[in-house]
Design a protein around this ligand. Sequence first.
Ligand code: EPU
Length: 337
Amino acid sequence: MKIKENISLKPYNTFGIDVLAKHFVSVSNLDELKNILLLKGYPDKLILGGGSNMLLTKNQEALVIHVNLKGIFIISEDENSVIVKANAGENWHEFVLWCLNHDFGGIENLSLIPGNVGTAPIQNIGAYGVELKDTFIACEGLSLESNTIKSFSRADCNFGYRNSIFKQHEKGKYIITNVTFKLSKETHKLNINYGSITSQLELMQITSPTIQEVSKAVIAIRESKLPNPKEIGNSGSFFKNPIVSKAHYNTLVQNFKDIPNYTISEDEIKIPAGWLIEKAGFKGKRFGDYGVHKNQALVLVNYGNAKGSDILNLSKLIQKTIKRLFGISIEAEVNIL
Ligand code: EPU
């Protein structure tokens, strides 16, 4: 365990933003992590997982703790299901592939989501009709305050759309160290009703898909729409999809007949931010080394050496324009640091 000085964070964030960490440490076991928290002289800490949901806008003064705890364990199983625990530093997609290799079902729709297992519960990652919370049993977190482990059940986490207690009142208070899932065995319940999955499976001429084939379909859709962070820096969806009142939606639909919409409750409609951004003319716009992705307007990209502040300013311009055109406030999904 060695604290390094002035380390570039470029390899540690999927946006590929080059800022420095004044102090940086990568931690591969729990005892090390506990010892780090005991060190004096580092009052502020920044917890880094896969770096896939952050926009770094400046050099970081805090001690950056890279959580690199590895390991996947089968805790118990019966005929129909299996309980699997994965440590926080496991790459999310590698974990999905491990489950698929063991024919464990439930997270195949979440294939290819960037990031690590430990950060997945924070924003309740979701895609193609499935969210992390659907298979989540519990997670453990190391309290930054007491340096002890606390267990969180699904109910404790208060999961919502791209939301959990770790983004609310427990924000910044715990380092998630592992996550436990309940997955299916043999008889899998597939979620293939999401429009683009159905058409992708048809395209692949698959009529009764396996979980492995659903994963392949998801991967094909994601690869066609979302830029690979290894090639073009990005953080997935930069914004959350906004939820508006039915009354607001009714006025919008008079001017924009084709507005896509998903009913959330009697009075709430979710509108894809990607559609709003496209309609506002930003899709595919490039400003030097940064811009809005050409296939998915929700994704802001770094083509090379963009500064975090450039991307932040673009996001603010997009927010202002959407507010002016549609009267809707769209919120960033990524953490701005
Ligand atoms: N749309 C546009 N233009 C665009 C993008 C989307 O008009 O540039 C329209 C589409 O035509 C479609 C609707 O918006 O009618 C929804 O598009 P899509 O299915 O691509 O999903 P999304 O709402 O844009 C959300 C998640 C993604 C997730 C997909 C699939 C959020 C913020 N984003 O995007 O998550 O992969 O659904 O489930 O909820 C992420 O969080 O990083 C992420 C990529």
